[in-house]
Design a protein. Structure first.
Length: 72
């Protein structure tokens, strides 16, 4: 599942910090919601469903969540 926008891109450093879930960066950027969602997904899926942030010049930002299939 992914969400994209065409707004201001993030720097490579910001993308790396978000993808490595550095709490201090998430708090500073007022992204507590993103941090909360990431922690809950990782707990619920036993570490199999991180949030991945991507960005590039003239591309905006894309946030992707990969949800594992549950087989019965």
């Amino acid at each position: 599942m992914g969400v994209s926008n065409e707004g201001k891109a993030l720097s490579e450093k910001e993308v790396t910090q978000l993808n490595t879930a550095k709490v201090d960066v998430l708090k500073r950027k007022n992204s507590l919601g993103l941090m909360n969602i990431n922690k809950r997904l990782m707990l619920f899926t036993q570490g199999k469903s991180p949030i991945v942030v991507a960005s590039g010049k003239d591309r905006g930002v894309t946030v992707t969540i990969v949800l594992p299939l549950r087989r019965s």
